[in-house]
Design a protein around this ligand. Structure first.
Ligand code: EPZ
Length: 418
């Protein structure tokens, strides 16, 4: 039975909460363990459904996991049991495609199901495949699978047609063991790409420029094990800050990395929130009523697409009209229809949503459609008059670790029902 969340709105959230580590850093870090036969220890892995999924996939490939008494998860792929990422795992989590580059680099063979589309868009992996082909892999698509082979990957110059986060990560991992130097141009600059580069460097990789649009990787014959702490989740941090803003509350998020959130913080201030930014914490005092704020999503360091739905819930209560333009995914406004069922006034015109602010939301039964849409509905429920039920909350569990417990700690009247 799909669980759901019941929320009694109207409570101003108060207090302090700590952000967990980032799903979008944990997934590539786990995939990187395929690159060596030695053990890798990852600290602070988040307890998320997507992390469980990639662990299942890695176990099928030959990884052994153990929890260390002093904390940390030890993962070791002494030898490969399989080279195949099956459809049933890839279709539930498209980030499984992150095993493609490491498998190819480690063994010269990989067979990964094509991820197919998902709720928010087609999300092809042509840039991943173009880059691996440039590195010397033979790539064939057959029966819905990517069949990749390479005797030895050879370093080269790769210019991505568009900025792709997991594409950059896949190619960086493959290039780490290639012969010679690889330059990735038009690379993604997300903090999660930088975190992966740190992990790979700790394993012995030679990488320069991670975090810029040009990454240079000098291939090495083999990589070793290491210990690495996963980066805090900037999207969860942002979601918790919006929870403070939308309820007119006073919320401090610790274990934060403010420089990874500057575009979001700027928009929160534009919307009227009062912020205090510390070394590793951010305090957000919400306005009585948000101000209209236009948003355009773009790759890091621009406004993150993964925060678009959450900010739409906030500015849906503003005293005026806001324009939200989604430039990354072609179908990432599904939360809008559900917010309208709570009284929001939103019209979609292609890649732009026109959000006419309303005084308040009415609690209502709503349905989550994707990970960040479900967060948006929870936020609207926290501010709404009356009771909101968010169904299909398994979407939320993919990327948020015990979100309702964190919100309860801040005073929210929210509970999970079977
Ligand atoms: C990563 O997805 C994140 N996932 C996403 O987070 C995030 O929304 C996205 O980056 C953008 O920031 C992980 O890191 C595991 P892309 P990714 O490749 O890498 C197109 C969440 O909510 N594209 O940067 O799959 C693609 O269709 C998730 O946590 C191609 O056309 O995104 C999209 O329109 C959702 N060809 C755009 O580029 C390719 O080969 C950006 O995609 C690759 C991508």
């Amino acid at each position: 039975m799909a669980a759901r969340l019941e929320i009694e709105g109207g409570v101003r959230l108060q207090g302090e909460v700590s952000a967990s580590s980032a799903k979008n850093a944990a997934l590539p870090a786990l995939a990187a363990s395929l690159l060596t036969a030695e053990p890798v220890v990852l600290e602070n892995l988040p307890a998320l459904a997507d992390v469980t999924t990639i662990r299942q996939l890695l176990e099928r490939l030959g990884a052994e996991f153990s929890e260390l008494p002093g904390g940390g998860t030890r993962v070791q792929v002494s030898r490969l049991k399989s080279h195949e990422a099956p459809y049933e795992l890839v279709s539930t989590m498209r980030a499984s495609v992150l095993v493609l580059g490491p498998l190819l680099a480690r063994t010269g063979v990989a067979r990964v199901a094509l991820p197919g589309g998902c709720a928010i868009g087609l999300r092809p992996i042509d840039q991943h495949l173009k880059g691996l082909t440039r590195l010397g892999a033979d790539i064939e698509i057959e029966n819905g699978f990517v069949q990749a082979r390479s005797s030895r990957l050879k370093g080269c110059r790769i210019t991505s047609d568009l900025v792709t986060v997991t594409g950059t990560e896949n190619l960086m991992m493959a290039a780490a063991l290639a012969e010679g130097t690889t330059v990735i141009e038009n690379a993604a600059r997300e903090p999660e790409v930088v975190d992966l580069a740190w992990l790979l460097q700790a394993m012995g990789a030679r990488i320069d420029g991670a975090g810029t649009e040009r990454i240079e990787i000098v291939g090495v014959p083999e990589l070793g094990g290491c210990r690495h702490r996963i980066l805090p989740d900037r999207i969860e941090t942002g979601t918790l800050l919006v929870a403070g803003a939308i309820t007119g509350g006073d919320v401090t998020v610790t274990n934060a990395v403010p420089r990874n959130l500057s575009a979001l913080l700027a928009k929160l201030e534009e919307a009227g929130a009062l912020l205090e930014v510390g070394e590793d914490r951010i305090r957000c005092q919400g306005p009585e009523r948000p101000r209209p704020t236009d948003l355009i999503t773009s790759p890091f360091p621009g406004f993150p697409t993964d925060m678009q739905a959450q900010m739409m819930a906030l500015i849906g209560l503003a005293d005026g009209l806001s324009r939200v333009t989604e430039t990354i995914f072609e179908n990432r406004f599904m939360h809008a229809a559900e917010l309208c069922r709570m009284g929001a006034r939103i019209e979609i015109d292609g890649a732009t949503a026109i959000v006419r602010g309303v005084e308040h939301y009415e609690g209502a039964p709503v349905m989550a459609t994707d990970l960040r849409a479900s967060a948006s509905l929870v936020l609207a429920g926290l501010a709404a008059k009356g009771r909101t039920g968010v169904s299909r909350v398994y979407h939320l569990d993919r990327g948020y670790e015990r979100l309702e417990a964190k919100l309860q700690k801040l005073g929210a009247k929210i509970q999970r029902l079977p």
